[in-house]
Design a protein around this ligand. Structure first.
Ligand code: BGC
Length: 443
């Protein structure tokens, strides 16, 4: 075996990512809490409950774990319904809580990155129509202004909106997230409003913090036609790629939003980013299916030979990471991988998944693709939206009854990678020996 190390650039950001509703607990004033109370929405009828009890202060012990494992950054999100519990009320205690968290990261030598919208909305906003109404832009602007004013001393890296593409699709077109709509026209309107709100947030943040780094974090799904020789499969895959991957970033690049049945000039959106956050998990194969008229004839599947995660939810397709980064290069701005990870309770697949995906990141950097950081999803098991507690993405395992955390083997693997700022053949030999011959071939 060749002995070698894939070294990352100095200053590379190594972190994990979390989202408020998934970790805080007792988030009783938002759309997800309300959604969890209605039967049939969440697998097993699970509830977020105390989640990881970060609101109760357990963020401290989890940040301590992250710091001990040599992570130098953490991405967390701010819960709008906590900061603004009613349209005419701000909660200074909540803002102080987030200031505490940001200070807690800095004290532990981790750079904070904060997300301003990660899938959850205040109930009062939902009652007004949330992302379907034009006033959303004004409401989001006020929330962003207040939050950034409060945190500007500590945070200068902001993600405006987490996965706007997934949020619009799942909440307004596929009905799995609140408000549970299944209406393409609503989803289109929501995409437009998300873009406008993002652009407004970008400007507000720069007014307050001219030096801030502001980005948006779409999910990049690697989409391939199932039968590359079939024009229909190619057409369907192209359509899906356009809606899912291209529409939002292209609008930010060009100022023109194009979706099936919609074309809008949004000049105010053009170039409103300092970096792009890319979230990559998996690759799908698409074929044209006459029986799926309501889903734009799209039938989705995984490659049969690909390794799958628990419940066959994700396929381990590391080349898709390279593809995502190469795609991101066209925007000519820095790229941060704001999420990547796998649901794997027993940690059978995660070590391999992590090494293989990071190897692709390293390759991309060697092709001069400007990747500045990597945030693994996630630090600790957390409430996995419509799948409740059934899917475990944490480096640390969480016992929801006792709040005890237990280390999965991937904790030490990731710590070694962060410490070495690279992936050595020794690490691979220790954590995923099956990959050695492929990643470090002899001559
Ligand atoms: C989301 C996270 C989620 C993760 C795993 C991403 O789409 O941003 O909130 O937990 O994927 O499903």
């Amino acid at each position: 075996m060749a002995k070698a190390t894939f070294t990352f650039p100095s200053g590379f950001l190594w972190g994990t990512a979390t989202a408020a509703h998934q970790v805080e607990g007792n988030n009783t004033n938002n759309t997800w809490w309300a959604w969890e109370q209605e039967t049939g929405h969440i697998l097993n009828g699970d509830k977020s409950g105390l989640a990881c009890d970060w609101w109760g202060g357990r963020w401290r012990e989890d940040f301590e774990r992250a710091a001990e494992c040599r992570q130098n950054s953490h991405r967390f999100s701010i819960e709008w319904s906590r900061v603004q519990p009613a349209p005419d009320r701000w909660d200074e205690y909540a803002l102080e809580h987030y200031r505490d968290m940001a200070r807690g990261l800095i004290e532990r030598h981790m750079t904070p990155m904060a997300t301003l919208h990660h899938f959850s909305d205040p109930i009062w906003l939902a009652e007004m129509g949330s992302w379907e109404i034009d006033d959303i832009v004004k409401y989001f602007e006020a929330f962003v202004r207040k939050t950034v004013e409060a945190l500007k001393e500590y945070i200068s890296a902001w993600v405006t909106i987490n996965e706007p593409n997934i949020f619009a699709a799942l909440a307004y077109q596929q009905g799995q997230f609140p408000p549970g709509k299944k209406d393409f026209a609503s989803a289109r309107k929501v995409i437009m409003n998300l873009l406008k709100a993002h652009a407004t947030a970008y400007r507000v943040i720069h007014q307050i913090q001219p030096q801030a780094q502001v980005g948006i974090a779409p999910q990049y799904l690697s989409i391939h036609p199932k039968k590359p020789w079939s024009p229909l499969d190619r057409w369907t895959a192209g359509l899906m790629n356009n809606v899912m991957n291209e529409a939002i970033p292209r609008t930010i690049r060009t100022g023109i939003l194009t979706l099936p049945g919609m074309r809008r000039q949004l000049v105010e959106v053009k170039n409103t980013w300092d970096f792009i956050g890319i979230q990559y998990y998996t690759r799908e194969y698409i074929n044209f299916d006459l029986g799926k008229a309501s889903d734009l004839f799209i039938h989705r599947s995984y490659r049969e030979e690909a390794e799958k995660s628990d419940g066959n939810w994700l396929a381990n397709e590391p080349e898709g990471m390279f593809e995502a980064l190469k795609w991101g290069q066209q925007f000519n701005i820095p790229i941060i991988i704001t999420e990547n990870g796998v649901n794997d309770k027993d940690d059978h697949l995660r070590p391999r998944y992590l090494i293989q995906h990071l190897h692709q990141v390293w390759r991309a950097i060697n092709f001069n693709i400007p990747v500045k950081g990597y945030y693994h999803w996630s630090l600790v098991d957390n409430f996995e939206w419509e799948r409740g507690w059934t899917q475990r993405f944490g480096l640390w395992e969480l016992d929801i009854e006792t709040q005890a955390r237990r280390k999965r083997p991937s904790v030490d693997l990731y710590a070694e990678i962060c410490r070495q700022n690279g992936i050595s053949s020794d690490i691979v030999a220790h954590y995923a020996p099956q990959l050695l011959a492929k990643l470090f071939p002899d001559e």
